[in-house]
Design a protein around this ligand. Structure first.
Ligand SMILES: Nc1ncnc2c1ncn2[C@@H]1O[C@H](COP(=O)(O)OP(=O)(O)OP(=O)(O)O)[C@@H](O)[C@H]1O
Length: 351
């Protein structure tokens, strides 16, 4: 049987990012909403592991659907659709229902995440696969840009990253192998194999700012720049390469500067030996761009709000670290920063 080219291209694109050999022995939970992206992902992965050449033991792909019950009967119909799909594909399915009252997007996402985590543990799966597309990545970066972000935020969604909320610290990984595929391309691939999906009507609403980006901003950009999405996606990819190059530099900066995590205590840069200035291979401790990215990582680890931290605040923290400016200051999110003769300490006032 010949495979239609759009579907084959999708399979090849997934395979090139995430070869089946990397996941066939460790187990994958696929988050399937019933939407085109995750339906294509589930179908693609199932076909790949069942390909005779893959020689995979059956049944270690598990689908997981969270029924948020945001949209009453429509939500139940999504769940039914996913149930039928997984029966047809002979893939085990786990479903959990959320609270209809809970309309806040962030807490819904958190609950979904907890559910995924529980399913991964139950089945002993290493990976959680999600169907984010190139368009999702571009929308995410536009969103971050408008809310305020740094160079690392502009690197977009990571194709692979640890499931960092995992309290046991085991090596669960989130995989997003469709980040190079456009939303239209994914739909076309599904159409080419006559595979249905569910259209989420709430994606049409502009109530959420993310939907406004998707439904208004991006089309407006495309009306003047038809290639805007792939162009931005290329910039994101370039930024990701810079980000990857920067990670070890940030690690070394933290190793040299951070004394302890709680309370966050950082050595004063002007008190650290001067070898960094004379050794060209040493980590540039006094480089503001590196320092700010390292500080952002500290903020993330501490669970402090990054949102209201502007360039002005980062520069001031950097100045204080370098032994200049005031001895004490309060940053957004009630983070208090104090400098003594050797170090700078940061504490959140309420905790
Ligand atoms: N309710 C859900 N149950 C299970 N997985 C989900 C659910 N919602 C989202 N996901 C997973 O997270 C990915 C990204 O979610 P998002 O809400 O951004 O999806 P989307 O762009 O609407 O994609 P899709 O077309 O797959 O619904 C989905 O592709 C899917 O893998």
């Amino acid at each position: 049987m010949t495979i239609p080219p759009p579907w084959q291209n999708l399979r090849d694109a997934i395979e090139s990012v995430w070869p089946v050999s990397r996941y066939r022995d460790v187990g994958v939970v696929v988050g399937c909403s019933g939407g085109a992206d995750s339906v294509a992902l589930l179908r693609g992965l199932v076909e790949s592991v069942r390909h005779p050449a893959a020689a995979a033991p059956p049944g270690f792909i598990v689908a997981a659907h969270f029924n948020h019950q945001f949209r009453g009967r429509e939500s139940d119909a999504d769940a039914d659709f996913v149930r039928q799909l997984t029966e047809q594909l002979a893939v085990p399915l786990e479903i959990q229902c959320g609270q209809a009252a809970e309309q806040d997007e962030q807490s819904a996402r958190n609950h979904r995440r907890e559910f995924f985590h529980a399913v991964m543990r139950r089945h002993g799966a290493r990976y959680l696969a999600l169907g984010h597309s190139r368009d999702d990545n571009v929308e995410t970066v536009l969103y971050r840009l408008m809310r305020g972000t740094g160079p690392l935020g502009m690197a977009g969604i990571a194709p692979f990253r640890p499931f960092s909320d995992d309290p046991s610290g085991s090596d669960f990984v989130i995989a997003r192998p469709m980040l190079d595929l456009g939303r239209d391309q994914i739909r076309e691939a599904l159409r080419s194999i006559d595979a249905p999906w569910r259209e989420d009507a709430s994606n049409q609403s502009n109530a959420y700012r993310r939907n406004w980006i998707r439904n208004e901003l991006v089309p407006a950009m495309q009306s003047q720049f038809p290639q805007a999405v792939p162009a931005i996606a290329r910039a994101i990819q370039g930024q990701r390469q810079w980000r990857d190059a920067l990670q070890p530099v940030i690690d070394r900066w933290l190793a040299a500067v951070q004394i302890q995590e709680k309370p966050l205590t950082l050595r004063r840069l002007d008190r650290i030996g001067r070898e960094a200035e004379t050794d060209p291979t040493a980590t540039p401790l006094g480089d503001q761009a590196v320092a700010v990215e390292a500080l952002r990582r500290c903020w993330q680890r501490s669970g402090w709000p990054l949102r209201d931290m502007g360039q002005f605040h980062w520069t001031r923290v950097f100045e204080m670290l370098a032994g200049r400016g005031p001895d004490a200051w309060t940053l957004p999110g009630a983070i208090e920063i104090r400098r003594d003769s050797w170090a700078v300490t940061l504490v959140r006032r309420d905790g």
